[in-house]
Design a protein around this ligand. Structure first.
Ligand code: ADE
Ligand code: ZN
Length: 320
C-alpha cells in the first residue's frame, strides 16, 4: 500500500505532529507535557472533547515560525513515506500568532518555505486551509478569516472550520466564511462527525461550502445522500479517525462504502494520524480489508480527490 500514490485533503498540521516531535520541543522549552501521553509515549485522551484538550496542549509547545517550519518538514517527510503526493493541511492563525496578521505572515512564510524545500526535492506538494476553531466562538473566527483573506493565494487555498461541532451552529460563522469566500478562497466545514444530517445541510446552505470535513453521518438521511451525490459535494472522509474516536464501532460499520456506492464523491484522509495510530497506507489497507477495495478503487478515489483539491489547475494536472 505504501507505494500507491495518494492524495489527502483533510490533515490538521498540529494533529500530524508525532508525539516524539512534541516531546522533544517540550523538553527543549522545559514544558511538562507528561499528562498527555500514555506509558508507551502515545497521545492519551478519553473521547472527543478530551482529544481536543490534548491536541491544544500538544500545540502549545509550537511557539514560533521556526517550530512550524520544523513541524511542516517533519510531517511532509512522514507523508512521503506513505506515498502521499499532495496534501491540504488545516492551520490556524489562532495557534500561529494568536490571530495577529503580521505574526501570521511570519508563520505562513516559514511553513511555505519548508513546504517549497520538500517539494523541490520531489516530495509531496502541500497547500494550506486556514482554520477557525469552532469552540473558540464566532467572534474569534473573524481574525483567522481576515488573516486568510489577506494571505489567500498560491499556498493558502481554502478556509475551513474545525473544532467542537456540538457548539453553536454553522450560521453563527457566516461573517467569517463570507469574508474568506470574497477573498476567493474555497470553503469546507467539519460537519456530520458529531452531529447528524442537519449539520451538513446547514454547512451547505448557510456557509456555502463545497466540501464537508467528515460528512459521514449523511448516511442517516437518504434524501441528503441523494442531494450530496447530485450536487457533487465532496466528503473528506477520515475512517480511521471516526473509528478511533468512536463515531463508529469498527471499520466494517463505517458508511464510506455505502456513501461511495450511492454516488457521493468520497475521498480518504487521516485527520490527525498519530492521535489515531494511522497513516494513509493504513487507511488504504483497512479499506481493502473491510470493503475489498482494490488498486482500481484507490486510483478512482484519488481522481475524485485531485478534482476536489483547492489548488490551481497547474498543480491539479501535476497530481491527476
Ligand atoms: N480538529 C482536529 N481534529 C478534529 C476532528 N476530528 N474534528 C473536529 N476538529 C478537529
Ligand atoms: Zn478534522
Amino acid at each position: 500500500m505504501k507505494s500507491l500514490p495518494k492524495i489527502e485533503l483533510h490533515l490538521h498540521l498540529e494533529g500530524a505532529a508525532q508525539p516524539g516531535f512534541v516531546r522533544a520541543l517540550a523538553a527543549d522549552k522545559h514544558v511538562d507535557l507528561s499528562g498527555i501521553f500514555d506509558e508507551r509515549g502515545a497521545y492519551a485522551y478519553d473521547g472527543f472533547v478530551d482529544f481536543l484538550r490534548v491536541y491544544e496542549a500538544a500545540t502549545s509547545v509550537l511557539e514560533s515560525p521556526e517550530d512550524y517550519a520544523r513541524l511542516t518538514t517533519s510531517v511532509l517527510e512522514g507523508l512521503a513515506e506513505h506515498g502521499v503526493i499532495y496534501a491540504e493541511t488545516f492551520v490556524s492563525p489562532d495557534f500561529c500568532g494568536g490571530g495577529d496578521l503580521a505574526a501570521w505572515r511570519d508563520y505562513l512564510a516559514a511553513m511555505q518555505e519548508a513546504s517549497a524545500a520538500i517539494e523541490a526535492q520531489g516530495g509531496p506538494i502541500l497547500k494550506g486551509i486556514v482554520t477557525p476553531i469552532r469552540h473558540f466562538g464566532p467572534e474569534r473566527a473573524k481574525a483567522p478569516a481576515m488573516c486568510a483573506a489577506e494571505t489567500a493565494g498560491d499556498w493558502i487555498v481554502g478556509f475551513g472550520m474545525g473544532g467542537d461541532e456540538n457548539r453553536g451552529h454553522p450560521r453563527d460563522f457566516t461573517w467569517a466564511f463570507d469574508c474568506a469566500r470574497e477573498a476567493g478562497l474555497r470553503l469546507t466545514n467539519h460537519a456530520g462527525e458529531w452531529r447528524g444530517p442537519s449539520s451538513i445541510r446547514e454547512s451547505i446552505e448557510d456557509l456555502g461550502v463545497e466540501r464537508i470535513g467528515h460528512g459521514v453521518r449523511a448516511i442517516e438521511d437518504p434524501a441528503l445522500v441523494d442531494y450530496l451525490a447530485a450536487a457533487g459535494i465532496v466528503l473528506e472522509v477520515c475512517p480511521g479517525s471516526n473509528v478511533a474516536l468512536g463515531v463508529y464501532p469498527d471499520w466494517n460499520a463505517h458508511p464510506i462504502a455505502k456513501l461511495r456506492d450511492a454516488g457521493v464523491k468520497v475521498t480518504v484522509s487521516t485527520d490527525d494520524p498519530p492521535f489515531f495510530h494511522t497513516t494513509m497506507s493504513h487507511e488504504y489497507a483497512r479499506l481493502a480489508d473491510a470493503f475489498g477495495w482494490t488498486e482500481e478503487d484507490f486510483a478512482a478515489l484519488n481522481r475524485v480527490a485531485a478534482e476536489a483539491a483547492f489548488c490551481d489547475e497547474t498543480t491539479r494536472s501535476a497530481i491527476l
